[in-house]
Design a protein around this ligand. Structure first.
Ligand code: NCD
Length: 307
C-alpha cells in the first residue's frame, strides 16, 4: 500500500505525475467505456460548503462513469456542520464511509486541514481565493487537447487575477512547463498577488508582462484565459459594480487574434464573454468543462491506486 495521497495544491504532484494524468485523461476521453468498472464498489464523497455546478457534478459524473457510487452534500446547512461540527470531526467520520472525498470551502486551507485528519484521499475542490487544483488539471488537458502541447505558448490571463483561484493554481503550474510568456490583463485593483508574481519570476524565471487592455496584446496570444470577477470575495458592492464589466470580449475584440488562439474560461461566465463568441471555433470553454470529467476520472483512479 502506497502512502496516502491528497491533492490540495498542484505542487502535490510532480511534473511527471501531471503528465501521466493528462495522458490517462486523453486515453479515457478516447474510449471512456473501457473504464466503466475501474472503481466498482468505491464511494466518492462530495463535501461542498460553497456553491458549485461543474466541479461537483463533474466529480460525481466521473465517479459514476467509473462504476463507483457517490454520497455528499452541496449545502452545509443540511449536514451537521449547521450544528457546529468541526471539519476535523466531519472528515474523520466521512473517512469511515467513503474511499475518497472532494471538499470545496470558502476558507483558504480548509481542505488541507481536512487532509490532516483524514484516512482517505482528500481533493481540494476550491478553497476561498487560494487554489483550485482540479480546474488546473482540466485546463492542462484542454491545452494539450487543443494546442497539442503545453510548452512554448503565450498565455494571457484576463479579469480577476487577485481573487481568482483558478488563475492562481494554473499559473503556478504552467510556470513549471516551458511557457514562452505570461501576459496579465487586469484592472489595477485586481492584479495578480505580489507574492505569487515574485515566486513566478524568482523561482521559475518566467517572463511576465502586465497590461491594462486586451487590444494591445491580442495578436500575440496563443491561449486567452478569461475569468469572472469574483463577486463573493469583494468587501463592498460599490467596488464590484465599478469593476464587474472591466473586460468583455466580443467578436470585434478578437478579430485580430491568431486563428489558432484558444479562448478558455473555467466558467461560470457572467458578462466577460459575449454570447456571439460561443460559435467562434476558438472558443473552447464548453469543451473544457467536458474534459473536466475525463481528467477527474483519471485523478480518482490515481488516488484510489487503480491507475
Ligand atoms: C471556478 C471556481 O469555483 O473557482 N469555477 C469552477 O470551478 N469552474 C471559477 C469561478 O467561480 O469563477
Amino acid at each position: 500500500m502506497q502512502k496516502l495521497r491528497h491533492l490540495i495544491e498542484p505542487e502535490d504532484f510532480s511534473l511527471d505525475e501531471l503528465n501521466h494524468l493528462i495522458a490517462l485523461g486523453e486515453e479515457i476521453h478516447a474510449a471512456p467505456e473501457k473504464y466503466s468498472e475501474a472503481c466498482k464498489g468505491k464511494i466518492l464523497a462530495t463535501l461542498f460548503y460553497e456553491p458549485s455546478t461543474r466541479t461537483k457534478f463533474s466529480f460525481e459524473t466521473a465517479m459514476l462513469r467509473l462504476g463507483g457510487s457517490i454520497i455528499g452534500f452541496s449545502d452545509a446547512n443540511t449536514s451537521s456542520v449547521s450544528k457546529g461540527e468541526s471539519i476535523a470531526d466531519t472528515i474523520r467520520v466521512m473517512s469511515a464511509y467513503a474511499d475518497v472525498a472532494v471538499m470545496r470551502h470558502p476558507k483558504e486551507g480548509a481542505p488541507k486541514l481536512a487532509s490532516l485528519y483524514s484516512s482517505i484521499p482528500i481533493i481540494n475542490g476550491g478553497d476561498g481565493g487560494h487554489q483550485h487544483p482540479t480546474q488546473t488539471l482540466t485546463d492542462l488537458l484542454t491545452i494539450q487537447t487543443f494546442k497539442g502541447s503545453i510548452d512554448n505558448q503565450v498565455v494571457a490571463f484576463c479579469g480577476d487575477l487577485k481573487f481568482g483561484r483558478t488563475v492562481h493554481s494554473l499559473i503556478r503550474t504552467l510556470a513549471r512547463y516551458n511557457i514562452k510568456k505570461f501576459i496579465l490583463i487586469s484592472p489595477e485593483e485586481l492584479k495578480l498577488p505580489e507574492l505569487l508574481k515574485r515566486t513566478l519570476v524568482d523561482v521559475y524565471q518566467v517572463e511576465l508582462m502586465e497590461v491594462k487592455t486586451i487590444e494591445e496584446v491580442v495578436e500575440e496570444i496563443d491561449i486567452l484565459y478569461m475569468t469572472r470577477i469574483q463577486k463573493e470575495r469583494f468587501f463592498n458592492e460599490a467596488d464590484y459594480a465599478r469593476l464587474k464589466d472591466s473586460y468583455i470580449i466580443d467578436k470585434a475584440k478578437i478579430q485580430k487574434a491568431k486563428q489558432d488562439m484558444i479562448i478558455m474560461h473555467p466558467l461560470p461566465r457572467v458578462n466577460e464573454i459575449a454570447y456571439e463568441v460561443d460559435t467562434d471555433p476558438r472558443a473552447v470553454y464548453f469543451e473544457q468543462a467536458k474534459l473536466g470529467v475525463y481528467i477527474r476520472m483519471a485523478l480518482i483512479m490515481k488516488l484510489l491506486e487503480v491507475a
